[in-house]
Design a binder for this molecule. Structure first.
Ligand SMILES: C[S@@+](CC[C@H](N)C(=O)[O-])C[C@H]1O[C@@H](n2cnc3c(N)ncnc32)[C@H](O)[C@@H]1O
Length: 595
């Protein structure tokens, strides 16, 4: 039975399991399962094999129960197998090591036969060595043991970029509230809430330390009176109730989050609005983002007021050009800003996508804007404007700011901006931060080529650990009439990880942008300053071909280039510390944006 109803959450973290500490021999397992399910737990974590077993020639593996005692669907959906705790594959005692190896193979084979799902691990270093030995296999998942004392939040934060499936919460980790019931410390609560948000399932493990249930102590509550007809409360039910309370107390997912849930950690190729023509559906999605257009309207209103004083409003008409007008939302924002400020406006709407131009024509007609708006079907870089503009409005921004070639387009458009003209946006800056993102790494690896590791992706980052605060990468300001202006860029950045993070693995860099539209009006997705409730852009992700191990307290140094050729623009990136990586996407061989 799920922990509760939480709007929008369909993840596995709605379910809570319980660990069986004793070894249930023979037919015991179905009874334990029935008891736990009837006590509202959703599944069992149970030993697979008798812990006293050691391999002996000819011996039959003493498994917890024959595969026939439960149905295949019960095995696969209600039982999580646990390998024997005595297994020590690194033991210096050769016999123990050989026994361990053999038993591990037997237990995994048995678990596979039953279609079971997990194994347990202890710490990040342990886990990291194991996955390196297994070449980052996408079939490996982690179960974390949650004890009464917790490491620092920065150290725990690393796990959110790892494939954590389960959190085994020890009853010893619980405190006791004034009424004698189990509860968790604030730090445990925060951690658990984080797990619920990342589809991690909780398993309760240990002996009951709280005397609030009627049954005897012990996970199995195999008291003599217990039969299937007289269900007794499970000894760990109070812990389950507390989990359900924590889960139900969480805020429902906001509507936008619900809408975007299927995009979480889904790699998308960035749009190329210059080289390609966007489709109607894409424009429609843009146009729903009212926050973006409100910010533009505010910026345009401020620019209009600065351009035309109150004394001049009846005599001065501002020439405003929307370059890259799409289906017209920025034309609308401009006209609304003019109305709001009482300024007269003449608008040119310049758009190179002939299909969007058709829609623009219908919009102008429908709204009756013919006397104010002139539509130009042309690439802004080669349009011969009949007059110069006071204000140039554009939205050619990608998730990384300049990655949809706004700099190159606006260089062309500024030919028809007056020397004292205003560009909205007036500047934009990209940012990056190192991340652990094992899911993204594995998804890219599935392509089995280098090119996919040298490509930037647009992705709604969810299962990632952000290892250090974002830093600025490249900035562009408009207009830029300097004869020496260039759009090539190079920067090197050093990231210091918080001291208490411990070691970690970097799979790549998350990228964002922030744009100054005009004066104090900005718009962006950089996490510290992002525009609330704006959804037009997901972050960008620059992967690394090989994940890099970062020892505790070692800085990460990365170099980034923006390179420009006659027909394309591309990024190159390389890690220098703690260990060098190859230069990714050298000469734009794998990923580029067409001019
Ligand atoms: C990101 S969309 C924004 C569209 C619209 N302003 C909006 O907010 O919905 C960028 C638009 O600029 C157009 N565009 C890109 N480069 C252009 C160029 N060099 N000349 C004219 N239009 C361009 C694209 O076709 C696209 O319609």
């Amino acid at each position: 039975m799920p922990l509760g109803q939480r709007a929008g959450d369909k993840s596995d973290s709605r379910y809570c399991g319980v660990e069986v500490l004793d070894f249930p021999a023979g037919d015991g397992l179905p009874a334990v399962l029935t008891h736990s399910l009837s006590s509202a737990f959703d599944f069992l974590l149970a030993p697979l094999v008798d812990p006293d077993y050691r391999p002996t020639p000819g011996a039959v593996l003493p498994v917890a129960a024959s595969d026939l005692v439960l149905s295949p669907s019960q095995w696969s959906s209600h039982i999580v197998g646990k390998i024997s705790e005595w297994i020590d594959l690194d033991s210096e005692d050769e016999q123990l090591r050989l026994d361990s190896e053999l038993t591990l193979k037997q237990e995994i084979a048995w678990a596979t036969h039953l279609s079971l799902q997990s194994e347990t691990v202890d710490s990040w270093e342990w886990w990291n060595s194991f996955r390196l030995l297994c070449e980052h296999s996408s079939q490996l998942y982690v179960a974390l043991d949650i004890l009464s004392s917790l490491p620092s939040m920065n150290s725990l934060g690393r796990w959110f970029g790892e494939p954590v499936r389960a959190a085994i919460l020890q009853t010893d980790a619980f405190l006791t509230n004034a009424r004698g019931y189990p509860c968790l410390s604030k730090r445990h609560q925060t951690l658990l809430t984080g797990f619920f948000n990342h589809s991690v399932q909780v398993i309760i493990s240990g002996r009951s330390n709280h005397n609030v249930s009627q049954v005897s102590e012990g996970v199995l509550s195999r008291d003599e009176n217990h039969t299937e007809d007289t269900p007794t409360q499970h000894a760990l039910s109070p812990y389950l109730d507390y989990m359900a309370y924590l889960y139900q107390r969480m805020d429902p997912l906001p509507e936008q989050e619900r809408f975007e849930i299927n995009y979480r950690d889904f790699l998308q190729s960035p749009l190329q609005p210059l080289m390609d023509n966007l489709e109607a559906q894409t424009y429609e999605t843009f146009e729903k983002d009212t926050v973006k257009y409100t910010q533009y309207q505010r910026a345009i209103a401020k620019a209009l007021v600065d351009k035309v004083s109150d004394d001049e409003v009846s005599t001065t008409r501002t020439v405003l050009m929307v370059v890259g007008a799409g289906r017209g939302p920025l034309v609308r924002a401009s006209l609304q800003a003019a109305e709001e400020t009482g300024r007269m406006l003449k608008v040119y709407a310049v758009e190179k996508n002939p299909n969007a131009v058709i829609t623009l024509h219908s919009l102008i007609k429908l709204e009756g804007w013919e006397s104010m708006v002139t539509i130009i079907s042309s690439d802004m870089r080669c349009w011969d404007a009949p007059e110069k503009a006071d204000i140039l409005v554009s939205e050619l921004l990608g998730s990384f700011g300049d990655n949809e070639l706004s700099p190159e387009c606006l260089d062309g458009a500024q030919r028809f901006l007056k020397p004292d003209g205003i560009s909205i946006p007036s500047s934009y800056t990209s940012f990056i931060q190192p991340v652990t993102a094992s899911k993204l790494h594995n998804d890219i690896k599935a392509h089995k080529d280098i090119a996919h590791f040298e490509t930037a992706y647009v992705v709604k980052l969810h299962r990632v650990a952000r290892l250090a605060p974002p830093q600025e990468v490249f900035s562009f300001a408009h207009p830029n009439f300097s004869p020496k202006a260039t759009n090539q860029r190079y920067t090197k950045l050093q990231f210091e990880l918080p001291q208490d993070t411990g070691s970690c693995l970097v799979h790549g860099f998350a990228g964002y942008f922030d744009a100054v539209l005009y004066k104090d009006v900005h718009l962006g997705i950089e996490p510290n300053t992002c525009t609330p409730n704006m959804f037009s852009w997901f972050p960008i992700f620059f992967p690394l071909r090989k994940p890099i191990y970062v020892p505790s307290e070692s800085p990460i140094e990365v170099h980034f280039w923006r390179c420009c050729g006659a027909t394309k623009v591309w990024y190159e990136w390389a890690l220098v510390a703690p260990s060098p990586s190859p230069i990714h996407n050298s000469n734009g061989r794998s990923y580029w944006v067409g001019l």
